[in-house]
Design a protein around this ligand. Sequence first.
Ligand SMILES: [Fe+2]
Length: 303
Amino acid sequence: MQVPDLDVGRRFYTDFGLNSEERGNDVIFRCEGRDQDQLQLIEGAPKQLHHICFGTTEEEIPQIQAALEKAGCEIIDAPKEAPDGSGLWWRDFEGMTFNVRAAEDTRAAVGAEYVTNDHVNKRRIGRLHEFFDLPQIKPRRLGHVVVFTGDLERKTKLLEETLGFAVSDSVGPFMDFYRLLTGGDHHVVACIQSHAPGLQHVAFEVANADEVHFGGRRMLDKGYLDAWGPGRHAGPGSNLFHYLRDPWSSCVEYFADIDYIPEGHNWEARRYMPGDLPDFCGPAVPPSFNVNFEAMNPNSERL
Ligand SMILES: [Fe+2]
């Protein structure tokens, strides 16, 4: 992300539970116990998404480049702000910048087993639940990113044809959720129809329901703004969620218990209509939730 003030950004994402380090002029964030960059803050104005980076194998990069060129994407040099400009960089039809590079699969920290009682199975016997106050929640990994687009149909086709994404589910004609066919979360990217591109949210996985609740509550206690939650998506992804506003009005999410779709699974993509989605699994979605604040900035030219 490009942000106008690195110190403000560092404070927010550190309070959120990420570990920061300086690299060149930028601030890099990782998750506790996971050896992979998750978020990069680059100083500049206005606040906006700078690029999205994916990992793959070395052998796949030439195939992806061929697909991108066939689809009319502009292959570009690594931006000078990128501390490690390796891999393949491109801009899509609406100026959104992407990078794909060779990367190892990196495990997230496991942590203690989460032991619960339900009405049938009593597993936590003779002892209290572990949490007694509001601990600093440490997210395990960046799980997905959701962006606005000026042309959802075109964006979906492009992501399917160039990066091999598959649509897991949709909401009406205005939101598509994409997964990787090699198996993984219900969505690693989602796009929302808007009048222009922009960042809607980045989502970090935490271990369980308690951590979603404690993480959100702790951020509210620190004075940060609520966006939506806590609740459970009774629809795409099925995950528990709590969204907060970052200092520039993009959302950041704590999530847990998302649907997992293995490789080769015959997942039936659904098209939910907004009125069909149950609205009882948390607070009602605020009207501001899907406002493209990034594109409302009159100085928000794409990089
Ligand atoms: Fe999300």
